[in-house]
Each structure stands twice: as structure tokens, then as C-alpha cells.
Ligand binder design. Sequence first.
Ligand code: A3P
Length: 349
Amino acid sequence: MAQEAPYRVCFAPKNREEEEEDEKIYKRYEEIVAKLPTTEGWSGHLIYQYQGFWYNSEVLGAAPLVVQRHFKARPSDILVASTHKCGTTWLKSLTFAVMNRKSHPPSAQHHPLHIFNSHDLVPFWEFNLYNNKNNGNRIPNLDILPSPRLFSTHMPYTSLPESVTLSDSRILYICRNPKDNLVSWWHYVNKFRSILSLEPMKVQEAFEWFSKGMSPMGPFWDHVLGYWKGSSERPQNVLFLNYDEMLAEPALHLKKMAEFMGCPFSSMEEEEEVVDQVIKLCSFENLSNLAVNKNGTTYPGVSNSSYFRQGKVGDSANYLTPEMMEQLDRLTEQKLHGSGLTLSICHLS
Ligand code: A3P
């Protein structure tokens, strides 16, 4: 039988009064959401626009707003942040493996990453922890989790809880070139659409949604720029990572991550090849072939295998027309102009 995800300890039963209090809080934020601009989204659900970004109302409800006002950060917290399909699953695995390497050596046969999908080890605020209608605990007691706590989010930087951006907690953000991001999202969306018995979305439609900024928690460029700016202003607190660069030089980036997280690899660990062991443990080849990731599910209806497709740079060229690629390049250039950030894959392909 599948084991319970470890984070579920924070869903200890609440009494009736506490549950009703949670309900009242949600109701307040649901009323705010009801007044926001909405439109039909990419998977047939309504999407709403909050603080400049698009959210799936069916999947998330008012959870992002509740997180924003109710999450209380600790300075020791570590947050894995990203927009959809930028390598979140991978970054969660790497972060978990680095942070827990003393208690769970990466070469161990029974490493938690062999038993759980990384989304079960590094839960999302807005998908896993908050808004759990089923267990009657919609605002979990995260105080009971030991430090350092490890969370994740797809929420944009500018909408993070103030207690995170004003505290010393650390954020690892991963982005990716927009062409591969779009193609990865398009494949993923079509998995959802098939579960919902909807016609598959054509790549042209996905391109149009994405270009208009209407991908999940898009606009993609604003999401990336928010964290980019955060990392320039608070480099000790926000580490900005790029999937494409990480694939090209994993050891370099893993060491940077460990240092940033306050647990650098010692020279002894380097000699013992712990860096390589973490990379191997978290590699696409290893994780995608584990039983838990081939057969398991993390959310009802979402198979863990849907987080693993190709794990390569440049696959978008197999799906996008040259015109779409050019348009996306132009759009990216315009959006990032003056920021000092480039997200091209030309130098890698
Ligand atoms: P592709 O669809 O291009 O293959 P997210 O985790 O944010 O949903 O992103 C999913 C993307 O990351 C997918 O990209 C997926 O294949 C890739 N991915 C998942 N696990 C990976 C790993 N361990 N190493 C590299 N890429 C990985």
C-alpha cells in the first residue's frame, strides 16, 4: 500500500470551532476572488486574474490569497519556487536530497526519493497544504513541522506572503527558456484535458494562450522577472536558477545551491563523490524509472509519470513552427529588455 506523504502530519484533526473559523476565512477570500476578472481557461475551468497573474479557480479556489495572508515564515524556511513546467519536480528532488543528505545519504537504497515523488516530500502551499477540503483542515498548522521546513510554490514573487519576503527565509527559483516551457506545458495541459474528456489543445492555441500571458500563474515573463528582480535585490535570500544551464553543468549548480542553503559540500564529501551521487539520484533517468513515479499519483487524477516527459533542452523545435519560435524570441527580447536577463536556448542547441 502507498505510504502517506510525510507533510500530512500538519493535518492533525481540528475541532469544530477551528474548522468553522477556517471556513469563515476562506469565505472571506472567496468573496474577493468572486469579484476578480475571470475568463474560461486552458483546461475548460475558469481562471481569475489576481495581482496581475492568472490562477485556475477550480483547482486553487482562494488558496493563494489565504497563503498570502496566513502563512508565517521562519527565517530557516527554504522555498522552492517556479512557474509551471520549468523543472520544479527536479529542483524539489535536488533540494530535498541536499538538505537531508546527513540523515538520508543519496546512495542509500531506501532513500525517500525512491519511495515518494518529490511533490510529496516538498509540498506546494497552494495545492497540497492549503485548501484541503477533504480533510477538514484548510489552514494547516505548519508550526508543528521541524526546522528547516521545506515548501514550494508557483506563486509569483510579488504575491508571496510578506513574512517570506521580509524574513531571512531562502528561495530557490527555477526558470527555463520559454519555448521549451510552452511545449512542456502544452503536453501537460493535454493530459488534463484528456482526463476531463476535452479535445486536445492544438499547439497553435497553446502558443496563443502563452503569448497572451495566460498560462498558469502567467504571464511567464512577469513571473520570471519578479524572481529575477528579487534575486538582484536580495541575493542572499533568492537564488535564481536556469533549468537549461543546470542540465549543462549540474555539479556547478548543485554546489551553488548547497552553499546558498547554508549546507555547502565539504571537501570530504566532494572526495567521496556525494555531489555526483545527488545528481545521479535526482537524474531524469533514475527518477522517471522508479515504480513510484511510473505508477503512483500525487494528486487525485494526476499520475506522477506526467511530471516526467523528456527532460531535455530544445525539444520545442520539434513542435513549434519557425514563425512561432521567432515570435516567442521577439516577445522574450521585448519583455526582458533592460533587465540583464537572457533566456535564449540558441547557445545551447
Ligand atoms: P519536458 O516536458 O520538457 O520533458 P515541472 O516539474 O515544473 O512540472 O517541469 C516538468 C519538466 O521537467 C518536464 O520537461 C520534465 O520532463 C522535466 N523533468 C522532470 N524531472 C526531471 C529531472 N529529474 N531532470 C530533468 N528534467 C526533469
